[in-house]
Design a protein around this ligand. Structure first.
Ligand code: PEP
Length: 250
């Protein structure tokens, strides 16, 4: 079966007011969106439920993080079960900002992935190398190690609930997008990794999306690559051009 094109909007710590949130949703609700693309938007947790209530039904909502424990003395955390109970279907895990600024290890990301899937959520699992790692030729090794932890933590059938977001750290929020050849090369390497580490079925079926300075101008060419199954979009997801990115395949 062909892999459905997927576009996610990672709003990060935006919008900064309820009025801005309303405006963002209006752009999406009024737009002509490709019905063949799965669309997921990810606001800060305080806006998850209100946003879900006003956005058009075919757009899904994702949390930007969750904790791997179900409940207890973990001040400030939200569990996967609580997200599921609130009707939130997706969670972004392992974003490079969480790995770098909040010191999340690949093992923690794997535990969170396992907990999210057990709660019934789907996961947008982010991996990617730094500029230094790319320049030293370590991209595939770094990405494989990030995935290794998840491979150990979840079962083969769980991969149906995972979308892998390849997000080179040097491309996130920098305006320096990977070339379509660079994206394709790493996506193919991830697929080859999945064949060896999990199974050829998982390698064939798992969507691998690209993230890092995607915009209306570069999305079409990236979307033509055979192993690029969509995008995770940060900055441009807050602008009207997000609609053009959603419609990249149209
Ligand atoms: C992101 O934060 O996931 C991202 C890809 O950001 P940007 O599109 O702004 O580079």
């Amino acid at each position: 079966m062909p892999r459905q094109f997927f576009v996610g909007g990672n709003f990060k710590l935006n919008p900064t007011s309820r009025a801005q949130k309303q405006a963002l949703v209006k752009v999406l609700n009024d737009a002509d969106l490709d019905p063949n693309t799965e669309i997921v938007i990810s606001p800060p947790s305080i806006y998850l439920i209100p946003l879900k209530e006003i956005v058009r039904k075919e757009i899904k909502v994702a949390a930007q993080n969750c904790y791997y424990k179900d409940s207890g003395a973990f001040t400030g955390e939200i569990s996967a079960g609580q997200l599921a109970d609130a009707g939130i279907p997706y969670v972004i895990l392992g974003h490079s900002e969480r790995r770098t600024l909040f010191h999340e290890t690949s093992e923690e990301v794997a535990q969170k992935t396992k907990a999210a899937i057990a709660a019934g959520l789907s996961v947008i699992l982010c991996v990617g190398e730094t500029l230094q790692e790319r320049e030293s030729g370590a991209t595939t090794k770094v990405v494989s190690e990030q995935l290794d932890a998840v491979v150990k933590a979840i079962k083969e059938e769980d991969w149906a609930k995972v979308v892998i977001a390849y997000e080179p750290v040097w491309a996130i929020g920098t305006g320096k997008v990977a070339t379509s050849a660079q994206a394709q090369e790493t996506h193919l390497a991830i697929r080859e990794y999945l064949t060896k580490a999990v199974s050829s079925k998982v390698a064939e079926d798992t969507r691998i999306i690209y993230g890092g300075s995607v915009n209306a101008g570069n999305c079409k060419e990236l979307s033509l690559q055979p192993d690029v199954d969509g995008f995770l979009v940060g900055g441009a997801s807050l602008k009207p051009e997000f609609v053009d990115i959603i419609n990249a395949k149209k």
